[in-house]
Design a protein around this ligand. Structure first.
Ligand code: UT7
Length: 317
């Protein structure tokens, strides 16, 4: 395995949306949201842009890594939807940070960070890149049906980034896909064509919460067991599991089945909500800043989401 994480960064919009504020225009309340999901507040964009928060997270990661933007050999951005179909978010970020390397977007929904790590691993292992910047940025608030209490209370906006450099931190990684457009769909980005004769599709997030919940728990168990076995790692060797932040109940259920202690599992969903692919890298940056994880610690990351996609890895910080 080919790289170490040498710097992380995060950024988010200023506005903090509370559960009480949501209950002013939705038939919901703080108690339902906190007990069913663990979410108390989330950041929601007002005038911030996807490229803006992505760039800020990227710049902070580069600064912490102690490299120059021109040292980067590749930029991979993960987002459910960039500001434009073209140019990609990665190209705009490349300009903003002053890099001169190739740059492209990927979309693996909430599993985007793991997919980006897998790609970066291939680039670095093959010798095509030494330094790769991964940025996961999402403005989920711009895709939601704000009248649908079953989905709009769950998501938040944010960006997380990591600089990866040739090294031996990554111990094992696995990503999967199982095509499905029934359980979790973020709406149709196409404009109306006068020639289109297919069915109408809603432009917002649709999710079968209960089924996604079951899928998520199953995926975490399967993927985490797989990568831990591949890396030859036991529960007691792991400093922290950093899971995609979709629901505290999913995480806790999986934690118990996997045999991790409560203090071995990271959670930031209370103040982030579900930020899709940004959730792992921004939590990673927060944990490092708070001194809860440090160089040499062994981490397990795991994610699942639309696609359907899943992924997990074992990595030494
Ligand atoms: O990152 C992408 C992947 N996404 C996920 O992993 C999400 C996975 N799913 C979940 O996290 C959970 O299924 C949800 C949080 C989405 C829903 O929790 P649940 O315990 O599965 O609730 P439910 O959908 O079964 O709904 C229970 C009740 C329903 O009312 P009735 O039919 O029992 O009368 C809902 O209408 O809760 C109602 N409900 C709400 N009530 C107050 C749904 N949303 C709300 C709400 N406030 N916001």
């Amino acid at each position: 395995m080919s790289f170490r994480i040498i710097g992380t960064g995060r950024a988010h919009p200023e506005y903090v949306l509370t559960n009480d504020k949501l209950s002013e225009f939705l038939d919901t309340d703080d108690e339902w949201i906190t007990t069913r999901t663990g979410i108390s507040t989330r950041y929601i964009a007002t005038d911030e842009t996807l490229t803006g928060i992505g760039t800020l997270a990227g710049k902070r990661a580069i600064e912490k890594a102690g490299i120059k933007p021109t040292d980067l050999d590749l930029i991979i951005c993960s987002t459910i939807r960039a500001e434009y179909a073209c140019p990609s978010m990665a190209c705009l970020v490349q300009r903003e940070i002053g890099a001169d390397c190739p740059a492209y977007d990927i979309n693996a929904a909430c599993t985007g960070f793991l997919y980006a790590l897998e790609m970066a691993d291939a680039f670095i292992a093959s010798g095509k890149a030494q330094n790769v910047l991964v940025i996961c940025a999402e403005l989920m608030s711009r895709h939601l049906d704000w009248a649908d209490r079953a989905t709009c209370v769950l998501f938040g906006d944010g960006a997380g980034a990591a600089v990866l450099q040739k090294g031996d931190g990554l111990k094992s990684i696995r990503v999967t896909a199982k095509g499905d457009d029934e359980l979790l769909v973020v709406g149709n980005p196409f404009c109306d064509s006068p020639f289109y004769t297919g069915p109408e599709r809603a432009p917002e997030v649709y999710m079968n919460g209960g089924e996604v919940f079951k899928f998520a728990v199953g995926a975490i168990l399967k993927d985490v067991r797989h990568v831990m076995k591949q890396a030859g790692v036991k529960q007691e060797d792991v400093k922290m599991m950093v899971p995609h932040q979709a629901n505290d109940r999913i995480i806790d259920f999986a934690r118990q089945k996997l045999g991790f202690r409560e203090d071995q599992v990271a959670s930031g969903i209370d103040h982030w909500g579900n930020t899709s692919s940004a959730s792992i890298p921004l939590l990673l940056d927060e944990l490092i800043e708070e001194g809860r994880i440090k160089t040499g610690d062994l981490l397990v990351m795991t994610a699942f989401g639309g696609g359907l996609t899943t992924g997990a890895c074992v990595i030494e910080l």
